[in-house]
Write a protein of this length. Structure first.
Length: 104
């Protein structure tokens, strides 16, 4: 378990730091571990518009509708970080922030 923490903790930290730096008006979960971060986009920004913008920047995102079977989730995005390096994560969050700005 310690070995896994050593592998994934820097990636989780990079994802949270990237959100803090590039998207301070978004709300992210702050998990102690795992492979994903749940991100709530700023008010007035919907995930479908962000997905369209993100695809033009080389990002492949899914919206959060499937996580809300009774409706909602329009501002929800799930961010995986386990398979990326901290540098890739920061660049991805930067591109995501650009996508959010363009979707506004």
């Amino acid at each position: 378990i310690e070995r896994l923490k050593a592998l994934y903790a820097p990636r989780l930290d990079a994802c949270l730091a990237g959100i803090d730096t590039h998207m301070p008006d978004a709300v992210a979960t702050r998990p102690d571990g795992g492979f994903f971060i749940s991100l709530t986009l700023p008010h007035g920004v919907v995930s479908t518009a962000v997905r369209a913008q993100a695809s033009t920047r080389g990002l492949n995102l899914t919206d959060g509708m499937a996580f809300f079977p009774e409706g909602g989730g329009e501002r929800f995005i799930r961010l995986p970080f386990c398979a990326l390096t901290p540098a890739e994560i920061d660049e991805g969050i930067r591109r995501l922030a650009e996508s959010v700005t363009a979707a506004r």
